[in-house]
Design a protein around this ligand. Structure first.
Ligand code: UDP
Length: 422
């Protein structure tokens, strides 16, 4: 089967953890790799955002990323993607035509849905969509002040999110809450909705010896360690975590907070806003800002930590929480979005209200002072049973087979191998 993933701003081969690269990049890369491994031919089309990267690049045998120019080649804040959307859509349609076409097109995020809808108007290809984030949910959680929440932008986004739900042959929700929201508030027909939680690559995200991991990372062997992993977007709640951590230090004086993600230390303005916040709370020396690390290296951090904090104001799914569990480390997370479900079981972590440093601090202190041995096994069990990557890819492939069957029957057969002419 020949699959096209449309991943507008999220290049599967970009390093996550900066301002713009995160969960969607990891999700699409991992899914593409696994689908190719099972015999599919997979292209991931994304906007060309870095001139040091080639026009196309292999992800794994049978899977590649294809970067189409849309606007000047270079980074572009996500909220400005609308300025280049037309050109991006034409690039996607052009790719479909140049390669001889795909059996299924899977779009990710609402800009990609625009491209998928455009493609669908010109070619009768089955569409599958994953939202990754929903405009109205995001707005309800973080307010109207964010740059991408301007009225017109928000209305267009909402319209597209509804339209792709009605037009797609299948919509993939990552949690039961998202599925219910899509059905009730977006009017997505129930028969097109599928709940498939993303999987975690347990070959990479697997527990390491904590003492060894700490030694390798230059972390103290005996200090309680709280970990944050993610982009430093305000909605990730890192400011709440720093405030909470000041309270944690009163109860657990030797504790250390390690922050993975954000601006690399050598490129950080001096002092960056995060470092300034740390200073203001008098936490210099106990907060360790590591900058972005390659995805494979995150396992060492999760293994070294006693607890991972996910203090988001809005979190559509929250891969970090399940990656932490896959490494045997419990989670303290806010009761929002997908986290309400992934961290619901008290044996894997604790849920706290968002924007509440005092509650966050209390939960962190509880985990740090109660020992994590029992939680560790519960985390591993949950990660391998619910977030199994093989099952994830199998379920997605089954959806593709189902939606492609009428198309393949109508067009005669599966398409011949892709014409790799780019
Ligand atoms: N991540 C990473 N290196 C970093 C920071 C983050 O590999 O320095 C990865 C992290 O492991 C996770 C993803 O970025 O896979 C973040 O996904 P999540 O769903 O938690 O948040 P999003 O970025 O989608 O808001």
């Amino acid at each position: 089967m020949r699959i096209l993933h449309i991943s507008d701003h999220a290049d599967p081969l970009a390093t996550p953890g900066g301002e713009f690269c995160g969960g969607q990049n990891v999700y699409v890369r991992e899914l593409a790799r696994r689908l190719a491994d099972s015999g599919c031919t997979v292209d991931v089309v994304t906007r060309w955002a870095d001139r040091r990267l080639a026009r196309q690049e292999p992800i794994a045998p049978g899977a590649r990323t294809v970067r189409v120019p849309a606007g000047p080649v270079g980074p572009l804040p996500r909220e400005r993607f609308g300025e280049v959307l037309d050109e991006f859509c034409e690039g996607v349609v052009g790719l479909h035509e140049e390669t001889g076409g795909y059996d299924v097109v899977h779009s990710h995020y609402w800009y990609s849905a625009v491209a998928a809808l455009r493609l669908g108007e010109r070619h009768p290809v089955p569409l599958v969509h994953t939202h990754h984030s929903l405009g109205a949910m995001r707005r309800a959680a973080i307010g109207r002040d964010a740059a991408d929440e301007a009225g017109e932008h928000f209305a267009a986004r909402h319209r597209i999110e509804r339209r792709i739900g009605l037009r797609a042959a299948a919509v993939v929700a990552s949690s039961p809450g998202e599925l219910a929201d899509l059905e009730r508030q977006w009017g997505t027909p129930r028969h097109t909705l599928h709940m498939v939680p993303p999987g975690v690559d347990t070959a990479v995200l697997t527990p390491r010896d904590p003492a060894l991991a700490r030694a390798e990372l230059g972390l103290p062997g005996d200090a309680p360690v709280v970990l944050f992993v993610g982009r430093l977007e305000p909605r990730k709640g890192l400011a709440d975590l720093v405030s909470a951590f000041a309270l944690v230090r009163r109860a657990v004086p030797g504790a250390v907070l390690v922050v993975v993600g954000g601006e690399a230390p050598e490129r950080r303005a001096d002092p960056g806003p995060l470092a300034a916040l740390v200073e203001r709370h008098g936490l210099r020396g106990s907060v360790d800002l590591r900058g972005p690390v390659p995805h494979a290296a995150t396992a060492r951090y999760y293994s070294a930590a006693d607890v991972t904090a996910v203090p988001s104001h809005y979190e559509p799914f929250g891969l970090v929480a399940v990656e932490s569990m896959a490494c045997g480390t419990p989670v303290v997370a806010t009761r929002v979005g997908g986290l309400r479900w992934s961290v619901a079981d008290p044996s894997v972590g604790t849920l706290v209200p968002p924007r509440n440093p005092a509650a966050l601090a209390k939960a962190l202190v509880d985990v740090l002072t109660s020992g994590t041995a029992e939680r560790r096994q519960a985390c591993l069990d949950r990660a391998t049973s619910v977030y199994c990557a093989e099952r994830w890819a199998d379920d997605i492939r089954a959806i593709y087979r189902r939606v492609a069957a009428p198309h393949i029957a109508a067009t005669g057969a599966e398409q011949p191998p892709l014409r790799r002419r780019l």
